[in-house]
Design a protein around this ligand. Structure first.
Ligand SMILES: [Zn+2]
Length: 341
């Protein structure tokens, strides 16, 4: 971005670094950087460059000039998505919101968001730009679930990170082998990355489709967590289908149990009611121990371990610990945000 002012250049390098360190895929970080450098083909820019003539009104709301900030942040068609995102951002409450540039806004966000929060921000920008283009190019209106699915397809924590303060993090996973059965694995860890408990479960000869299996496993993990009195736990899955279904189900306030899947989701919701428990999507690589335990379920069947994992899962546990050590060694941005459930 061409700028004469050295403070703007400083802001730019801070913003660039902040985006670069965000936990998100590089293609969506590049998009956010393009937005911050005023490189996205919004209508005001196209008009300025003489590529279009006459009208630079936002094609989505048809009320304001379409600047980068408008398209990604201020448009009335976009605000509810920020509020409904895991960031729970109220765009109207932002400081100096009407006159802000994308780069200034990202700079402000860097003060309050950690790498994970920034990753979510990048993913939301990705999803919202996709939503805008779906409308402009194909005249297709994407709903909340579709935009979130798009955003989350590029955002997921790549390595396991400990939960905040007094919370317990519950990672769970499924492993299925056709004609043999389905294995479940779960591990409970605290903010010091200490193992509180772990467990396996095996369903012989039973194989569900992956969505059902993930939901049965989720229910099992919630039951285990309540047995252990970890009431407000942070559950983590690497199953995108489960994550999407869960969000759709809990947002719709759907009480009619139309299918077996809905019934399972309803049971999960009932068990979590009145708690601060939450479900987050992570990458496969951030769910290694649970994955390993799910495979071990084929040997162990139903089994629990207190304060430890079985020896055969030690390697994946240690790989998580090594990743935390690496992350804290080069951590420059260490402000945590409490993500809304
Ligand atoms: Zn608009």
């Amino acid at each position: 971005m061409a700028s004469d002012s050295s403070s703007a250049l400083n802001t730019n390098s801070t913003v660039w670094e902040g985006i670069w360190h965000a936990e998100a895929s590089s293609r969506c970080k590049k998009l956010v950087w393009r937005a911050c450098s005023e490189g996205l083909p919004v209508r005001s820019l196209l008009l300025q460059k003489g590529i279009i003539k006459g009208d630079d009104t936002c094609p989505c709301c048809r009320t304001c000039k379409e600047t980068t900030t408008h398209a990604l942040l201020l448009c009335e068609e976009v605000k509810p998505f920020w509020l409904g995102s895991p960031l729970g951002l109220r765009v109207d409450w932002l400081h100096n919101v009407a006159n802000i540039t994308m780069s200034q806004w990202v700079d402000q966000c860097l003060d309050v968001l950690d790498k994970r929060g920034m990753g979510m921000l990048c993913a939301m920008v990705w999803g919202l730009w996709h939503k805008r283009n779906a409308w402009v190019i194909r005249k297709k209106k994407l709903d909340f679930a579709q935009v979130m699915a798009k955003a989350l397809s590029v955002f997921a924590t790549q390595e396991w990170v400990p939960p905040l303060d007094s919370k317990v993090k519950v990672n769970f996973a499924v492993s299925a082998i056709e004609d043999v059965g389905t294995g479940f694995g779960v591990i409970f860890r605290n903010s010091k990355a200490e193992t509180m408990a772990s467990g396996t479960y095996f369903l012989k000869d039973e194989c569900y489709d992956s969505e059902i299996a993930a939901t049965v496993c989720y229910k099992w993990a919630i039951e285990k967590s309540q047995e252990l009195f970890f009431i407000d736990a942070n559950f983590e899955t690497d199953c995108q289908q489960l994550y999407n279904q869960w969000n759709e189900f809990t947002q719709e306030n759907n009480t009619s149990s139309a299918s077996y899947l809905d019934e399972l989701l309803e049971e999960c919701r009932t068990m979590m009611q009145g708690t601060e428990a939450s479900l987050t999507l992570v990458a496969h690589t951030a769910n290694k121990v649970a994955q390993c335990l799910a495979r071990l379920a084929f040997d162990y069947g139903e089994k629990d371990w207190i304060d430890e994992v079985p020896n055969k899962a030690l390697e994946s546990l240690q790989s998580d610990l090594a990743a935390i050590a690496d992350a804290s060694a080069d951590r420059s941005i260490n402000v945590n945000i409490v993500l809304q459930d």
